[in-house]
Design a protein around this ligand. Structure first.
Ligand code: ZN
Length: 155
């Protein structure tokens, strides 16, 4: 039986994020890019994580070797156990995705919600920035709109 894609679409990896990771396809929506990046953490595709990082992302200020080491360490230590997309919207060349990721760090449940921002570049969608909160601090049934209201002024 084909291995289901870790990103939670219930389709085979070879038909889901696999072709994106191999550079055969380009993510056509911010949600598809987010899923493929989540999946890249699970499958330790550091090159893909770097390639899909927006040129203006803060981590781009790191020397590439340092960025690579940092991502490799994240892939190694963080166990991602499941992804749920809660909300998504696109306006022009900007996309927003709100998702819940089930995560364990050193055996502790550190599941989180993230509001990710994506930019459409000539090469495709790129991860620009993200706001992340522990899932236990976020009310259930949250949307992009209520997320913004709930966390206005936080952080
Ligand atoms: Zn996938």
């Amino acid at each position: 039986m084909a291995e289901l894609c870790p990103c939670g679409t219930q389709t085979a990896y070879a038909q889901c994020c696999g072709p994106l990771h191999r550079g055969r396809l380009v993510a056509d929506t911010p949600t598809a890019l987010m899923r493929s990046r989540y999946c890249a953490y699970v499958r330790k595709k550091v090159d893909y994580l770097i390639a899909t990082l927006d040129p203006a992302h803060d981590d781009r200020t790191l020397p590439e070797a340092e960025l690579r080491a940092h991502l490799r360490e994240s892939c190694r230590t963080v166990r991602l156990m499941g992804l749920s997309v809660l909300d998504a919207m696109t306006h022009g060349d900007t996309g927003e995705v709100l998702f819940h990721a089930k995560r364990f760090v050193s055996g502790q449940n550190r599941s989180f919600l993230e509001r990710s921002i994506f930019r459409l570049r000539a090469e495709g969608w790129r991860y620009r920035d993200g706001e992340l909160y522990l899932a236990s601090t976020v009310p259930s049934g949250i949307t992009l709109l209520s997320f913004r209201e709930h966390f206005a002024g936080v952080g």
